[in-house]
Design a binder for this molecule. Structure first.
Ligand code: AMP
Length: 246
């Protein structure tokens, strides 16, 4: 089987490379299913200084089932300015598998907020965001924040980091995601305005279809956004706040 189980990345200074690599290897080995392969890549970011941002605020909506969660998620996206047509299209694709022939994608779809038109060139793979991380201090704080609210899941820390990078992207209006991991039912919508809104049950357990859709203001934003997502380093140096569900 050649299924990708879990990935993680870090932005660190040179003297922390050894320690960080061994932490990531331990992390990969402790994920239940023992992996056939662990791949470690180290990129030198050179003299580029990472852009520093604050993590998105986090809230949870305890919708009782996937239909309720998706309907509230859709309402949030519409409030953020995404058309009904585009929202429906994204949810339909996430449910069906957004890649070719109903496969999952390794990256995200990019959609125009008004029309729902897909703007990523490679519709099988999508666009993978990379080069983002929490500072050590902010990682510690966000973990604590999640733990204080009964949400100590490692996946949430990673997902909020990714959603934070995405929300700061040029032209980004909002994002919707739920995992393709059959054992992980949670999903979220995120935007620069309402932060990261988590839904614990976005799909039925055992369902292996999911993905990410990023909505942009206009078709003209896509190229700049893709370059930002893939190449521009973003370091999250403070955790956002936790809000009670509204
Ligand atoms: P996950 O939440 O890791 O289960 O990922 C859910 C979906 O989001 C995957 O199926 C991919 O389509 C997409 N995805 C995962 N990681 C990234 C990433 N780094 N950048 C963009 N899209 C991603």
């Amino acid at each position: 089987m050649n299924r990708h189980i879990s990935g993680a990345e870090r932005i660190v200074s040179g003297e922390k490379i050894n320690r960080t690599v061994s932490e990531l290897i331990s992390r990969a080995m402790s994920r239940g299913a023992s992996p056939d392969r662990i791949r470690v890549t180290i990129d030198d970011l050179g003299p580029v200084i990472a852009r520093t941002v604050t993590g998105l605020d986090i809230s949870t909506v305890n919708a009782p089932d996937p239909a309720a969660a998706r309907s509230i998620a859709a309402a949030r996206l519409k409030q953020a300015g995404i058309s009904e047509k585009a929202v429906k299209q994204a949810i339909r694709l996430l449910a069906a598998g957004p890649g070719t022939d109903g496969q999952n994608m390794r990256g995200a779809m990019i959609m125009e907020a008004r029309t729902g038109k897909r703007l990523e060139q490679d519709r099988a793979r999508g666009v993978r965001a990379s080069r983002f991380d929490w500072s050590e201090d902010a990682r510690h704080r966000v973990r604590q924040l999640l733990e204080d609210h009964g949400l100590p899941h490692f996946r949430i820390v990673e997902a909020v980091a990714l959603a934070t990078k995405i929300a700061h992207g040029p032209g980004v209006v909002a994002e919707i995601c739920w995992s393709d991991d059959p054992d992980y039912t949670a999903g979220y919508v995120a935007s620069p305005g309402f932060g990261y809104v988590r839904f614990p049950i976005c799909k039925q357990p055992g369902t292996g279809k999911g993905g990410r859709a990023i909505f942009v203001q206009s078709e003209l934003d896509a190229e700049r956004l893709i370059d930002y997502l893939q190449n521009e380093p973003v370091l999250i140096i403070a955790a956002g706040k936790y809000h009670d569900a509204t």
